[in-house]
Design a binder for this molecule. Sequence first.
Ligand code: HEM
Length: 179
Amino acid sequence: MPALLVMDELVAGALPMKLYAASGEWSMRLMTLALLPGPLAEFFGRTPLLRLWLKIRRNLGVTAFLYAALHLLIYVLDMGQLHAIFDELTLPAIWTGWLALFALLIPAAISFDAAMRALQWRWQLLQYLVYPACLLALIHCLLLGWNAASTLVYIIPISAAWALRALARSGIHLRRVRS
Ligand code: HEM
């Protein structure tokens, strides 16, 4: 379990840089994985793999949030003092991280069935907050020194899935049509 390894390193006093990267990147990966099955299912139809993937989509989003929360915990421990955290709030590289975390918090907080029933159509709309969360997290990483090429691992699959969704919505798809 990657989260347990991060916690283990944290307890063992590993360098914060390594822990930031591990927790932050797992959050990014899981966010991306949560964003893919919806558009892909529109193009390919609900194949057995995509049905399974759609089933665990909410868990992927919630786990992405938990990794982001772990990332924040590392930051709080690294900073040590509350005033140091407040001092950094104005830095674009930091407030983009905060915004990404809050954007992810909302879909994670309403990810259970009762919230889905209560919010009805608004539930789906709020789930779309994962997109700005992902975008803000990428900007956060770029501002922290990532080169643009490193963001492509996330941008390419999401853009490809959206391109397929656009094709599906314009009538071109690989869904099996019932006769
Ligand atoms: C969804 C939310 C977030 C994601 C996905 C995320 C992602 C990442 C990633 C992938 C890195 C590693 C960058 C590298 O490899 O150099 C990173 C670094 C970092 N993040 Fe975040 N982050 C998020 C939120 C936050 C928040 C809320 C804070 C603090 C308030 C924060 C503070 C930092 C810091 C201080 C670093 C290390 C910077 C350095 O010393 O180079 N992040 N983040």
